[in-house]
Design a binder for this molecule. Structure first.
Ligand code: PLP
Length: 589
């Protein structure tokens, strides 16, 4: 393709993207295709002759778009949000246009230095401790290295920012952009293990702990990234139990008891992966209790996975609940994903460490570094080479996305986005509990049946709930119903929401006056907490508004009512039925 053909196709692509966003809301959130839909349509080999770009882009619309689940849709409530913003899309385009694997500073100095700056921007936005900042780095030599002497005299004095070779002076902390929270945790575990073994060998005359005696601590609520990290590294792990009475987080005592027990067995817990904002319920581990205990132990690393919730620290009012003070005081590493609730298109997971030398010591092959990867600036320790901060050598130019997004939204706009998500989750909770009318017109006659129960306290923009038969019908309370029955109801509800029966979507007789053409689909995720099947409503797409939340509650009530009836429970018409009937008779009068 020549540049003019690219220009034409590029303009068309932007037009199509704009049309896509303009029509997004009219599309079903979940791709309406069956497994194998695409594989069966594509040939098994690439074409021998190059094809016209117009044909390829037409096939994108025809073949690919139908198989897309729309994460930017305002009614996307599944998993955790992972949308993109228009500023981020443009940034991605620019990033790709200057293709660059960024493993060393010299690969593209802008790529490395922009990352150093914007990651600090984010640390400041989240109010992370200055200990995690890339700059200003603590000096490691009294005098700048000799190479700086030949620098032009007008330049500011250069200070080493990275250890060179194998020596590892303490340089303070720093942050880098990894692909995912899963990769961040893997990097943290590797750094923690290296740090622990180095500490052990310099502080003990005993033989080093065996590989088998090392243990990763996590909790029953840690994202599966913990177990995967342990599996990949062939390490043992222990899942600490969470305290249901204490909002589903690990308590200090649970940590201490487990640690003492394992030490008595000769085992070495060397990292605890704490979570702020667990996937199932948005819970926080009690890191304010665990932190002081860990800080007394021999070189146990404290990693905090705040993949989803971490961006909420941008708003001062969410910092206390998220235990930011304890993170700042005790965490060795902290990770949050801007590709979740943070408006940056996938991928953008930021990992900060308190001691960057501990990280680079575990990733840097030091004197074995081949000469093709060495540079004068690196050898002098004047620059950051991100290859020593991550698993792979090459990396994407991700900082440009953060730079565009943070500048385009500004701190105020970014905070407004986070606050909107939390506000909408509060509204959802009120609606579901029947504390507020779904339809404003019926407010005066609200008397809702208690069809839903909150399983855990709302966490930021996440609401975890389950369907229960309304009381007093049936006569026995739902507590007397078996877990199995309640679980079956919720599994059925979830199936009906994600794959509503067609046609007709639902028997409209349940709701007099309801419009059968209105979709009953709602894309939310199911989870399980201590044997209880429940549903998660995760809010956070940029375009979600109150209208979408009210619609979601209507769907839940309508489908929930049907599921209960079909299971033999007595349920009334509900407010929506009453409301619709009321509105109809008012219209005919
Ligand atoms: N940690 C938590 C708490 C999560 O909820 C998730 C995903 O939802 C992850 C980690 C995994 O994130 P990633 O896909 O970036 O590895």
């Amino acid at each position: 393709m020549d540049i003019e053909a690219f220009r034409k196709a590029g303009y068309e692509a932007i037009d199509r993207i704009c049309d896509y966003y303009n029509t997004l809301e009219s599309r079903p959130v979940l791709a309406q295709v069956e497994p194998g839909y695409l594989i069966n349509k594509l040939s098994t080999h690439p074409p021998q002759e190059g094809e016209d770009i117009q044909e390829i882009t037409a096939d994108f619309q025809r073949l690919i778009m139908p198989g897309i689940t729309h994460w930017n849709h305002p009614e996307f409530f599944a998993f955790f949000p992972s949308g993109s913003s228009l500023a981020g899309i443009l940034a991605d385009l620019y990033s790709t246009s200057v293709s660059n694997p960024g493993f060393n500073w010299i690969c593209s100095p802008a790529c490395t230095e922009l990352e150093q700056v914007v990651v600090d921007w984010v640390a400041n936005l989240l109010s992370l401790s200055p200990a995690f900042l890339n700059s200003p780095p603590a000096p490691v030599h009294d005098q700048p290295p000799s190479t700086t002497a030949s620098s032009p005299s007008a330049s500011p004095p250069l200070t080493p920012v990275e250890s060179s070779g194998t020596s590892q002076p303490l340089l303070g902390g720093g942050g880098s952009i990894q692909s995912t929270a899963s990769e961040s945790v893997l990097v943290a575990i590797i750094a923690a293990r290296h740090h622990f073994l180095s500490y052990f060998s310099s502080h003990s005359s005993l033989p080093p702990p065996s590989h088998e005696s090392l243990i990763i601590y996590l909790s029953t609520q840690t994202h599966s990234l913990g177990l995967k990290g342990a599996k990949l590294l062939g390490l043992n792990y222990r899942e600490l139990d969470v305290d249901e009475g204490c909002e589903w987080g690990v308590k200090g005592l649970a940590f201490k008891n487990a640690y003492d027990e394992d030490r008595n067995k000769g085992l070495w817990p060397f990292i605890f992966i704490g979570t702020i904002g667990t996937t199932s319920s948005g819970a926080n581990d009690h890191i304010d209790e665990i932190g002081p205990i860990i800080s007394q132990l021999d070189s146990v690393w404290f990693h905090i996975d705040a993949a989803w919730a971490g961006v909420s620290f941008s708003c001062p009012e969410f910092r206390r609940k998220g235990k930011l003070d304890a993170i700042n005081k005790y965490a060795d590493s902290f990770c949050t994903n801007f590709h979740k609730w943070g408006l940056v298109n996938f991928d953008c997971s930021i990992l900060w460490v308190r001691d960057r030398a501990a990280l680079t010591a575990s990733m840097d092959i030091g004197s074995s570094t081949p000469s093709f990867l060495r540079t004068t600036q690196s050898d002098a320790g004047l620059v950051v080479d991100y290859r020593n901060w991550q698993l792979s050598l090459g990396r994407r130019f991700r900082s440009i996305k953060l730079w565009f997004v943070l500048r385009n939204f500004g701190v105020k706009g970014f905070r407004a986005h986070i606050r909107k998500g939390v506000g909408l989750a509060e509204l959802f909770e009120r609606l579901l509990k029947g504390e507020e009318a779904v339809e404003a017109v019926c407010e005066w006659k609200m008397k809702r049946e208690n069809m839903f129960e909150m399983v855990t306290p709302r966490a930021l923009a996440l609401v975890v709930f389950r369907l229960i038969p309304p009381r007093p019908s049936p006569p026995e309370s739902h507590n007397a119903l078996s877990q199995e029955t309640l679980n079956a109801l919720n599994i059925t509800l979830h199936q009906n929401l994600t794959h509503p029966p067609t046609p007709p979507p639902l028997a409209s007789s349940f709701i007099p006056g309801s419009d059968p053409s209105v979709s009953n689909a709602l894309f939310i995720t199911r989870t399980e907490l201590k044997g209880k099947v429940c549903l998660r409503m995760a809010i956070g797409a940029e375009r979600t508004t109150e209208v979408h939340i009210r619609k979601a509650v209507k769907i839940l009530e309508r489908v929930g009512r049907r599921v209960l009836r079909e299971a033999g429970f007595a349920v009334g018409e509900g407010d929506l039925g009453a409301c619709a009937a009321e509105t109809k008779s008012a219209q005919t009068e």
